[in-house]
Ligand binder design. Structure first.
Ligand code: PEP
Ligand code: MN
Length: 281
């Protein structure tokens, strides 16, 4: 692929993105939390539960790119303050989405990682702004985007001087309607051939089905993913957005009990075969 000067994989070296003791590209990082920050009680309850179950980071949107203008939009600054409180109490670093270039610098004062959602993957002014933010960025794959287009968007961020980009496969649009999107698991090893950047998966927005989340998470770990971001809500039946796809704290805790032994087993495997380690053209 041409012009991937900074994100392309010229050597065997891999980027590790460090966020307060969490290492993307080294550990299997589990990010969990609600779709949106709805209230202090909702976020703190959920944060305590995911921490107890072994999550490494907390997610929660204070700004949301909603498909409908009538859907619950945001708590904005109030949401960021609630996230900050949850970080203080649980010690979990926080990731939150930014949707407008004008908000990047002040949202970066609260967030440990800035998230760019699928609908904004090619919002080039937003990409340039997060490139200057001094914060690690989670760049989700556009739902209609090829790997090359996605990597070019990461290139925008790196070319502004920010090396800390984590890619996230969150499902792409196909003809299938049983699942919300189609999780492209092959993107995980493909990105590892093409780039030195870490890649995680989002089993929530890709499947849209609680029943499929655990198996896709396990499969992603086996495929070499560097982690996952999953929606958990303390009372999913009351969630203001994405209620049907949020795990309860109990289901999340049970999944973690199965996932952690798998990731430690995978860590003990011998290195990948020489063929797989060849640098992609
Ligand atoms: C989200 O993570 O809440 C979200 C909106 O994800 P995506 O951009 O992948 O739809
Ligand atoms: Mn969501």
């Amino acid at each position: 692929m041409k012009n991937l000067k900074l994100v392309g994989r010229a050597t065997e070296a891999r980027t590790i993105v460090r966020v307060s003791g969490v290492e993307f590209g080294h550990d299997f990082v589990v990010i969990a939390g609600p779709c949106s920050v709805e209230s202090e009680a909702q976020l703190l309850d959920t944060a305590r539960a995911v921490k107890a179950a072994g999550a490494d980071m907390l997610r929660g949107g204070a700004f949301k790119p909603r498909t409908s203008p009538y859907a619950f939009q945001r708590l904005g600054l109030q949401g960021l303050k609630i996230l900050e409180k949850a970080r203080q109490e649980t010690g979990l670093p926080i990731i939150t989405e930014v949707v407008d270039p004008r908000d990047v610098s002040w949202v970066a004062e609260f967030a440990d990682v800035l998230q760019i959602g699928t609908r904004n993957m090619q919002n080039f002014s937003l990409l340039k702004e997060v490139g200057k933010s001094g914060r690690p960025v989670l760049l989700k794959r556009g739902m209609y985007s090829k790997l090359e287009e996605w990597l070019n968007c990461a290139e925008y961020i790196l070319s502004e001087g920010n090396p800390d980009v984590i890619l996230c496969e969150r499902g792409i649009r196909t003809f299938e309607t049983y699942t919300r999107n189609t999780l492209d698991l092959s993107a995980v090893p493909a990105i590892k051939e093409l780039s030195h950047l870490p890649i995680i998966i989002d089993p929530t927005h890709s499947t849209g089905r609680i029943s499929l989340i655990e198996s896709m998470s396990m499969a992603a770990a086996a495929a070499g993913a560097d982690g996952m971001i999953v929606e958990v809500h303390h009372k999913p039946e009351n969630a203001l957005c994405d209620a049907d796809q949020a795990l309860t704290p109990d289901i999340f805790a049970n999944m973690m009990k199965r996932l952690r032994p798998l990731t430690s087993f995978l860590n003990k495997l011998p290195p990948e075969s020489a063929g797989k380690m060849k640098l992609a053209k």
